[in-house]
Ligand binder design. Structure first.
Ligand code: BTN
Length: 245
């Protein structure tokens, strides 16, 4: 695999998509010190203070269908949670489907974008933003009570290069293990470090649709099992938690 670095780009996800369109093979990792237009899920902006965080994207060309993407998102979040635990000595929590939190504050956001059909993925770009060395004043005021950083876990700065190395080693090991052993170990880690299970949550499914219920478990493919107020068991493969966790 190859690693590319730019001091500044629009968004590492947009950069990765341009590279993927131009034929870049699976495994390329693109890192930037800062992004002019970092993007979050649900059309939101992502703040990328220069020098403070780790902002990068990976190009993958997995042999799987869109239905397997929830599992791959869990695998990504679990690999980053493991890397953070290795580097800081403290295991963070995973908020379904793939935010990483510490004491309720968001440390990591993941944005996946894919091109393909339902049963065939041409390329998948997974973009990851980690708040590493931010102090409270480095976040925009509107994020002040929701965002956290690795520095705030441990009271010291961390090497972003070392965090990236740890993550890539964890991710590669888990990704290469899927064809033979599936996702069971990843899902088990996500269960044990979940900020979501056992809580009453509201999930936005887009287009103004929301579902509220008790988060019971993660299924073997990474989807969330909920019991709604009518007692019905629901299985959600994607969405966004807007309340509860
Ligand atoms: C979210 O939680 O809303 C997802 C945030 C994803 C941010 C990362 S930073 C690197 C990559 N490039 C982007 O423009 N977004 C992702």
């Amino acid at each position: 695999r190859s690693l590319r670095y730019q001091f500044e780009t629009d968004s590492t996800n947009s950069w990765a998509r341009r590279q993927a369109e131009a034929g870049e093979p699976e495994g390329t990792v693109l890192v930037a010190e800062t992004q002019r237009q970092g993007r979050g899920r649900m059309g939101r902006a992502w703040s990328s203070t220069p020098g403070k965080g780790l902002w990068f994207s990976m190009i993958l060309r997995p042999r799987l269908s869109a239905a397997d993407l929830a599992g791959l998102m869990t695998l990504t979040a679990v690999s980053m949670a493991r890397a953070i635990a290795a580097v800081t000595g403290t295991a963070p929590d995973i908020k379904w489907p793939n935010d990483i939190l510490y004491r309720g504050r968001k440390l990591v956001g993941i944005l996946a974008e894919m091109k393909g059909e339902l049963d065939w993925v041409n390329y998948l770009v997974i973009g990851i933003g980690v708040n590493v060395n931010h102090e409270a004043a480095d976040f925009p005021p509107e994020l002040a009570d929701r965002a956290g950083s690795l520095r705030q876990i441990a009271g010291r700065n961390f090497s972003r290069a070392e965090l990236l190395r740890e993550f890539l080693a964890e991710f590669e090991r888990a990704y290469d293990d899927v064809p033979a052993n599936g996702l069971a170990a990843v899902i088990q880690y996500a269960r044990e470090h979940s900020a979501t299970l056992g809580r009453e949550v509201t999930v936005s499914q887009g287009f103004g649709r929301t579902i509220t219920g008790m988060a019971l478990d993660l299924a073997e493919d990474g989807s969330l099992l909920l019991r709604d107020h009518a007692g019905e068991l629901l299985r959600l493969s994607s969405g966004e938690l807007i309340a509860g966790a």
